[in-house]
Design a protein around this ligand. Structure first.
Ligand code: FRU
Length: 504
């Protein structure tokens, strides 16, 4: 008996026990042969993907092949569930399925069987991005954009078990179609995200209102007609981005954070955020503040809430790596969101990552002059957390370089330039204000780096291209005097990403 048979048996048992939402009609596991084929393809690629020394070891990634957006992120019965856009058939974009993993602590993961594949018998070609929310029986429901040789549609699926291993698509999908918009024409319509407020359930989807001429990127709002989440009423355009530079909006997330509402968008450029207020009576979001979420190579956000009252941000991390290595991309570290005293968003890495720290290495305060200060062998590595505070006296810039080769070439540079108030990793920059002192937290993970400034005022994810022997670390200042006030570093252990439950 193969594990897929096991899954089928379990599915039959669970259905017989009548645990699916009463009254809702869910189809038989039609997609199972597709999923089995996809699982076999991923499994065959694992050994090769794992042999690449530049693959991240504590940034979440699929067993092998390509991933993009985090999908349906939800905390359920003690587990953080992460679904994600997966191409089981290669290390480039294509054949979109929903991969699945779960974690108790946001750091260590269990890979689970692929949750959703296209229902080819229904003309479905891709299972695009989407979100999750609890259903009438307390179990999550997931919503995603179904892509085929027809208009996009929003589909729903329900789990047959509390481990969320077996998913059934609602038999009468779609639950929302373009017809819901009446005469309003929405292009590139996709990526449902769900939220609940005052006992009502809402969905938002992305798209644009002007065939990508620019300035018409828009977020559509829908309200559920009842607890089963199968009938949705279009409430209108909740937000329109009237900026010619913005062609389209993907993956909108609209959610409450403290007393404010936050809108995250993926405008086919680095994600942006707005903090403001939401008038649900009129279906309008009004921003007060605005910023770039992460100017680096991350994209396509999603949100979850945990049992500690935290709001967690999930992002796709592009690695821009060679698909011949059998893998490409990862997720950023999950980030805890908050709003600062000026009304701007803060993002800090989940503190659970401290469990991966090895023994601490510390440096005393030191003056920095034009010559970089190498940190020496004790600090060298390709999997590190570095926390440093700099005071820039007259210096134009100060920062940390990582993955330095024997010839002195650094693959990654994290730098603060007080003149323009920018915190940067390579060419990606985020404003953190103009001040004399800066605190940096840099997470180096083989071929990627994720850096945070001033308690989460900026967060940047970036890929690196380095050779296996490029392990040096240095601190530096440019254009005048600066001081390194403190520096601590930890070698980071690999996170567990177990394949025990990833059965074909
Ligand atoms: C964002 C995105 C989504 C879409 C998905 C397809 O990266 O383009 O809009 O649903 O990826 O993989």
């Amino acid at each position: 008996m193969t594990p897929i048979d096991l899954t089928r048996r379990r599915f039959a048992r669970v259905c017989a026990a009548g645990s699916l939402a009463a009254g809702a009609a869910f189809a038989d596991p039609q997609t199972q042969p597709e999923v089995k084929k996809a699982m076999e393809s991923v499994t065959a690629a694992i050994a090769h993907a794992e042999s690449d020394p530049n693959r991240p070891i504590y940034h979440f990634h699929p067993p092998a092949n390509w991933n993009n957006d985090p999908n349906g992120t939800i905390f359920y019965k003690g587990w953080h569930h992460l679904f994600y856009q997966l191409n089981p058939y290669g290390a480039t974009w294509g054949h979109m399925h929903w991969g699945h993993a779960r974690s108790r602590d946001l750091v260590n993961w269990e890979h689970l069987p692929i949750a959703l594949g296209p229902s080819v018998e229904k003309g479905e070609e891709h299972v695009f991005s989407g979100g999750a929310i609890s259903g009438p029986d307390g179990r999550p429901r997931v919503f995603y954009t179904s892509i085929g040789k027809r208009d996009p549609e929003q589909w729903m699926a329900a789990p047959a078990d509390d481990d969320l291993m077996v998913w059934e698509k609602y038999a009468r999908n779609p639950v929302v179609s373009l017809k819901n918009h009446g005469s309003l024409k929405v292009d590139e319509w996709r990526d449902p995200f769900l939220f609940r407020e005052a006992g009502r359930t809402y969905m938002v989807c992305g798209g644009n209102l002007n065939s990508k001429r620019g300035g018409g990127g828009a977020v559509q709002l829908y309200e559920s007609g009842g607890p089963n989440l199968i009938e949705w009423r279009h409430r209108g355009v909740v937000f329109e981005y009237r900026d010619r530079r913005v062609w389209n909006i993907e993956c909108p997330n609209l959610f409450k954070l403290g007393s404010k509402w936050v809108l995250l968008i993926s405008p086919e450029n680095p994600c942006e955020y707005f903090v403001g207020s939401l008038d649900l009576a009129h279906g309008k979001f009004t921003p007060d503040t605005h910023g770039v979420l992460d100017p680096g190579r991350s994209y396509a956000s999603n949100i979850s809430y945990d049992d500690r009252g935290r709001t967690l941000l999930w992002l796709w991390g592009r690695t821009d790596s060679d698909p011949a290595k059998g893998w490409q991309c990862c997720m950023t570290m999950p980030r805890v969101l908050s709003i600062d005293e000026d009304g701007f968003l803060r993002q800090n890495p989940a503190p659970e990552f401290e469990t991966l720290r090895g023994d601490v290495r510390s440096m005393n305060a030191a003056p920095l002059d034009p010559k970089p200060l190498p940190l020496g062998d004790a600090f060298a590595g390709d999997s590190l957390e570095i926390e440093a505070v700099f005071t820039l006296e007259q210096a134009a810039a100060a920062g940390i370089r990582v993955r330095i080769s024997g010839a002195g070439k650094a693959a990654g540079e994290v730098v603060y330039t007080p003149g323009n108030g920018l915190f940067s990793v390579g060419s990606a920059s985020a404003p953190i204000g103009r001040q004399k002192q800066v605190r940096m937290r840099v997470f180096l993970d083989k071929g990627v780096v994720e850096a945070f400034a001033n308690e989460g005022a900026a967060a940047i994810f970036a890929p690196l291209q380095a050779g296996p022997a490029d392990l040096g670390v240095e601190v530096f200042a440019r254009g005048g005097k600066a001081r390194l006030d403190s520096l601590r570093a930890w070698p980071m252990k690999p996170a567990r990403m177990s394949l025990e439950r990833f059965h074909v």
